[in-house]
Write a protein that binds this ligand. Structure first.
Ligand code: NAD
Ligand code: MG
Length: 390
């Protein structure tokens, strides 16, 4: 029998992370869970460690190290803390695939280290490609490392490309649900509350991506993610709103043929495909029934109301560190919105101003991304203070 596939999950306590654990648990003969990590959720990390018995756990928040260590003293599990530990554990010889299910810029460094160490990447953490897509994909090419998408739209594109890798792509269409505020006017959006923005119509996800979906920044980030994953020009990437979230995305080839991947919205499928590619394993996930969806509809995104989408295109066209600055600003403003410090509409306004004022560096190296992230965060925080709700 061949060796089991060793998996490290960065961010095992989150929405993607917990669903990934379900997937891994379903195929014990195929996967071996080596590493799980969490930012601050020590309770759930401890519970997961006891249940799934990985070799190693990391709690990034250092003040929670003792709590996790004490709770697991009877288990033969290594416990570490701090963000440098995240980078070290992915290098372990037992790890074959690293699932990056942590949120935000924090994913960049451990992903680079995992690629450096030759590990296959199952990429959920889209911010890594948004911030430093050129650097990450270049390193992956140099190291012969595959990056398999977990994001449902990108998994859909990837699934459509299986057997077609030699055929050039003419265009892709990323589908977007439109979020909870599809069809709303700027005036209606002025008074939106946190709870309304957190209610996504079709997907249950972590708080940051749920807000990003409500502002269409998520689709903007996905446009940039697609550029790097599939090596596309900006004009080859289009977005179409599809409120039912059944068609997960579409590839158009040079003969005009279009392939779409469909199914009920359930992240377990793309998570599993990223871990089992090129195989498909039998599942009992609910199946899509056409008769429950007599009409699948498509419409244009409202780019005037949801400005973040075009800001992402602008960052992609600018290149350099522009998308890094936009991402940093967005992480700051989403947190501020979640803390009820700023109104919904200032999310895009602060993103725009930060991106425009942060100096962009051409042909950036890793340190340039670190510096740009820092400068843009400071600029965005300053604007948050200026626009704070009193
Ligand atoms: P989440 O907030 O539910 O979970 C995030 C995980 O990362 C948690 O385990 C948390 O402890 C950990 N974490 C957070 N900040 C950290 C830090 N600074 N350092 C180390 N660990 C940290 O997020 P999620 O919804 O699971 O999303 C994870 C990633 O996957 C995001 O990049 C998101 O855009 C992407 N994604 C999510 C979905 C989804 O359905 N949830 C779909 C597509 C893509
Ligand atoms: Mg997505």
């Amino acid at each position: 029998m061949t060796r089991k596939k060793g998996i490290a999950i960065l961010g095992s306590t989150g929405s993607i992370g917990t669903q990934a654990l379900d997937v891994i648990e379903a195929y014990p003969e195929y996967f071996s869970l080596e590493v799980i990590t969490a930012g601050k959720n020590a309770e759930l990390l401890i519970e997961q460690a006891k249940k799934y018995q990985p070799n190693t756990v990391v709690i990034t928040e250092e003040s929670l190290y003792q709590q996790v260590k004490d709770a697991l003293w009877q288990e033969s599990i290594h416990v570490y803390s701090g963000s440098e530990s995240l980078c070290q554990v992915v290098e372990s010889a037992e790890v074959d695939t690293v699932l990056t299910a942590l949120v935000g810029y924090a994913g960049l460094k451990p992903t680079l280290r995992a690629i450096e160490a030759g590990k296959t990447i199952a990429l959920a953490n889209k911010e890594t490609l948004v911030v430093a897509g050129e650097l990450v994909t270049r390193l992956a090419r140099e190291k012969g490392v595959n990056i398999y998408p977990v994001d449902s739209e990108h998994s859909a594109i990837f699934q459509c490309l299986v057997g077609e890798f030699h055929n050039p792509i003419e265009k892709i269409y990323l589908t977007a649900s439109g979020g909870p505020f599809r069809g709303w006017s700027l005036e209606q959006l002025q008074t939106v509350k946190r709870e309304q923005a957190l209610k996504h119509p079709n997907w249950s996800m972590g708080a940051k991506i749920t807000i990003d979906s409500a502002t269409l920044m998520n689709k903007g980030l996905e446009v940039i993610e697609a550029k790097w994953l599939f090596n596309l020009r900006p004009d080859q990437i289009d977005v179409v709103v599809h409120p039912q979230s059944i068609v997960h995305s579409i590839v158009q080839f040079e003969d005009g043929s279009m392939k779409a991947q469909m199914g009920l919205p359930d992240m377990k499928l793309p998570i599993q495909f990223a871990l089992t590619y090129p195989d498909r394993f039998t599942t009992s996930f609910p199946r899509f029934d056409f008769l429950n969806y007599p009409s699948l509809t498509f419409e244009q995104p409202d780019r005037m109301v949801f400005k973040n989408l075009d800001l992402a295109y602008e960052a992609m066209n600018l290149g350099g560190t522009a998308a890094c600055a936009l991402n940093a600003a967005n992480e700051v403003v989403v947190e501020a919105f979640l803390n009820e410090q700023i109104p919904f509409l200032s999310i895009a306004d602060i993103n725009e101003e930060t991106m425009r004022t942060t100096p962009s560096i051409n042909n950036p190296v890793y340190e340039d991304f670190v510096e740009t992230d820092k400068i843009a965060r400071e600029a965005a925080l300053h604007l948050v203070t200026k626009w704070k709700i009193t």
